[in-house]
Ligand binder design. Sequence first.
Ligand code: NAD
Length: 494
Amino acid sequence: MLDTDKITKLRKAPVPPALHLIDGKARAASDDATLPVISPLDGRELTTMARGTASDGEAAIAAARSAFDDGRWSGLAPSARKKILLKWADLIEAHALELAVLGVRNNGTEIGMALKAEPLSAAATIRYYAEAIDKIYGEIAPTAPGTLGLVHREPVGVVGAIVPWNFPLMIGAWKLGPALAAGNTVVLKPAETASLTLRRIADLALEAGMPAGVFNVVLGEGAVVGEAISLSMAVDVIVFTGSGPVGRRLMENAAKSNLKRVYLELGGKSPNIVFADAPDLDEAVKVSANGIFRNSGQVCIAGSRLLVQREIHDAFVQKLQAFSEKMIVGDPLDPATQAGAINSARQLEQNLSFVEQARSGGRQVIGGQRLLEETGGYFMQPTIVTGVEASDPLAQHEVFGPVLAVIPFDTEAEAIAIANGTDYGLAAAVWTRDLSRAHRMIAAIRAGVVHVNTYGGSDLSVPLGGVKQSGNGHDKSLHAFDKYLDLKTAWIKL
Ligand code: NAD
């Protein structure tokens, strides 16, 4: 149960200007420049943050490099790192509501979801990797007598983590948890429109006893700070969640500099496929609507293409419309709200222009309007677009907003062709009673995750990652350690 009195108090609390955290110290930008932090709830300035320069990025990288090279973190016993990380997770949990409200004021996610998906999920993630790190062994290879082959697992070094604005703490923790548990040091660059909570948990890491320089945060623009990180000769690996064009740029910069490894978690245009034999159509309607409209569609795995078998298409769309028209859109700090704010004016404009393009191309639009403009905030109706062709821009490009493209299909083969007919491959779902069909679809769909008779449920124990242009590498699960641990062979003649 959310404490509404406390939320009311926290929503009015002044937010101090955010500074970088470099080598354990809060620092302004090298030229003292700042950026306004605009709240999507009312379009007003919430606070300011340091507008990082390339030299700020380099200072943070230098701090992380020294902290790695002198072994102040990687040289600790894994159980000692674990103790600090567990304390950090406890502190995040103890500040959960404060962090959640601050995050909502910064990025607009509805509070119920934000509390669970942000601080509480971040704390759980950090705990998961802390608990795992003293249970990971090296290997003794099955070599010929007279020789000994040992396989060590070593931290990679300095990790540059660049993350987006939709779930900054959750996605940040997916990188910070395994990277730090494994003994690496980190320079984190949060998104311009969602930096405040990540910056706050960096203070909590220091409070938990993490040595200075191990976890650094540089605020500011991607094109400046992110460039400095990706071009650095002292960063060993980049882990990134965000858009395709930036991911591509990071790979180019790695190639131009030190060939650092680049792991990308990118966008999606995920197909949610409902066959006529779905076990419970009402459940499918509810879960499908939530799978695209919660957090106003600002979810990487959002089921943004609804493929419906033709014989149930009209009935399904009708139910979906009825459900979505009842969804409560608005103040994300009201616990009753089901879809909060769009993150920025720019994102709202982009969402509306996708809808306009579909409308002028002759597609039928249900919803599609900006809402609550009088508040100054950025809100939008859950929007369903029908009559969409698989080749339409709306069926090919990620909107990252509450806009659902509905495409009818007749056969299983046709559904597979449409599902696989984009550059993306992040998530998918299949609704059917037929177990064999479910398995055929799982095998045929190119995606990092295929849900069956649900959409979006998950847990830390399973990996998340895309195929095709949705990325490479995985967050979550023990597999995430592969990005942060190098293999080193020792070959010994006995
Ligand atoms: P974005 O790519 O615009 O920004 C992501 C981060 O990259 C931000 O911190 C930004 O400042 C930084 N950046 C921008 N330009 C840069 C540059 N030249 N060099 C280095 N860094 C730079 O993405 P966004 O708008 O913040 O997030 C939305 C995107 O993220 C969507 O495409 C969404 O699908 C994707 N996403 C993917 C996942 C996943 O797990 N696959 C999860 C969440 C979001």
